[in-house]
Design a protein around this ligand. Structure first.
Ligand code: UGA
Length: 416
């Protein structure tokens, strides 16, 4: 099929590249000239394993001209950002809306518009469709609309796109859903067709559930720590119950990244604002996650009560291993607190130093051997290479279960 991808960011690039690899024609539309240039040179504009190789082997177009992209394709995927706005954590759909208004103007024959950006339930029906219709076009007659959320993990996005657990198609009408189902016909995974707002909710509820699992096990882990129990042993025992399983139950220093915290906040804010319902569990999941990084400092203080002028080494700045992404990383909360208490912070991360430096220029960035010379070491990301360091004789507080560090003179796991 002929497809147009609006937004060559994380989701857009992976979606476009994979669709092209599957034999579809793809036009990328973006207003960032550098990204377009990279795509034209058959290079990926984002860093994601496997993507460069796919880009090298496909032929796609890249343009800043949305009108061209829409008019030369049958399906347009809207993959632009929906950032958090304001203190309440509302999801900001302005970019999606702006793009859809432009799409509406460009429509000249039947076209399917697919919202891939994560939006809160109700957004597509209430805000997007009227904008597509603004120029006199009619849903059902001139265009169709689907919501097709993505479930891509950073670092595994190509794999997750090609091997989805499920494909969710929210459809404005039967015809829209049928067209999108056809695009995915070569996939072996289950396809669930629902209405637009149900699809929007499936995405945001899935991320809220994953967040809840992590905060749940962190809470159990905090209790375990007080009782001298290893929460990982507890999970092993729980996991034999198939209703529980062992996935996403790694206790630690909390969840970060560009999705879980943002989507959770958006759901909480939207629920209160639009339905008057106060989601108590979800609020606590978020609260717990904001507090969890500080636990590691509490544990550190058992060994070094006064942090002023003490050298504290940080291993790991990325929100998870395998990425240079530091958005909502637990390291941010930990380092802010350490600096507030007058500690000297020396940090190392295999990939994320440039991104972290942009937000914390005032700390020292060093190699691992310098981190190991500090008065104490905090492990905040479970990079594999941290399991090869020599921790003997050190004080280590571990937020990610790097068991090699148990050899330290003093070792504390955050929840074990
Ligand atoms: C997450 C979801 O896992 C994807 O399914 C979803 O599609 C994506 O958000 C999105 O909405 O686009 P991602 O942000 O790449 O993917 O990160 P995860 O691998 O889910 O990790 C999130 C955070 O949770 C990390 O900070 C990680 O360290 C933490 N985590 C994860 C734990 O603390 N414990 C666990 O057991 C698992």
């Amino acid at each position: 099929m002929r497809t147009c991808i609006i937004g060559a960011g994380y989701v857009g690039t992976v979606t476009g590249a994979c669709l092209a690899k599957l034999g579809n024609r793809v036009i990328f539309v973006d207003n960032d000239g550098e990204k377009l240039e990279l795509i034209r040179e058959r290079r990926s504009p984002i860093c994601e394993p496997g993507l460069d190789e796919i880009m090298r082997n496909i032929e796609v177009e890249a343009t800043a001209d949305l009108n061209y992209g829409v008019r030369n394709s049958e399906i347009t995927f809207v993959c632009v950002a929906t950032p958090t706005s304001g203190a309440l954590g509302n999801s900001d759909p302005r970019l999606v809306k702006r793009v859809c208004q432009e799409i509406g103007k460009s429509l000249n024959r039947y076209h399917l518009v697919v919202i891939k950006s994560t939006v809160t339930p109700g957004t597509t029906g209430r805000d997007v469709i009227p904008l597509l219709e603004k120029d006199g076009k009619r849903l059902g007659q001139d265009f169709g609309v689907c919501v097709n959320p993505e479930f891509l993990r950073e670092g595994f996005a190509v794999h997750d796109f090609m091997n989805p657990d499920r494909i969710i198609i929210g459809e404005a009408d039967e015809r829209s859903g049928q067209i999108l189902e056809k695009l995915y016909e070569s996939f072996a995974s289950p396809i669930l067709r629902v209405n637009l707002k149900t699809a929007e909710m499936i995405k945001i509820a899935s991320n809220a559930f994953l967040s809840t699992k992590i905060s749940f096990i962190n809470e159990i882990g905090n209790i375990c720590k007080n009782l001298g129990i290893d929460v990982y042993e507890v999970v092993k025992g729980m996991a034999y119950d198939e209703r529980i399983g062992d996935k996403f139950l790694n206790a630690g220093v909390g969840f970060g990244g560009s999705c879980l915290p943002k989507d959770l906040q958006a759901l909480i804010a939207m629920s209160g604002r639009e339905t008057g319902y106060n989601p108590k569990i979800l609020r606590e999941v978020l609260n717990l996650n904001q507090q969890q990084p500080l636990k590691i400092i509490e544990l550190l203080k058992r060994h070094i009560p006064h942090l002023a002028n003490m050298a504290i080494g940080i291993l790991g700045l990325a929100f998870k291993p395998g990425t240079d992404d530091v958005r909502a990383s637990s390291a941010t909360t930990v380092i802010e607190q350490l600096l507030g208490e007058g500690a000297q912070v020396k940090a190392y991360d295999p990939k994320a130093i440039p991104n972290f430096k942009a937000i914390f220029p005032q700390i020292e960035y060093v190699e691992p051997d310098e981190v190991l010379k500090c008065d104490a070491i905090l492990i905040l990301t479970d990079w594999e290479e941290f399991a090869t360091l020599d921790y003997k004789g050190k004080i280590v507080i571990d937020g990610r279960r790097v068991l090699k560090a148990e050899e330290a003179r003093i070792y504390e796991g955050i929840c074990w």
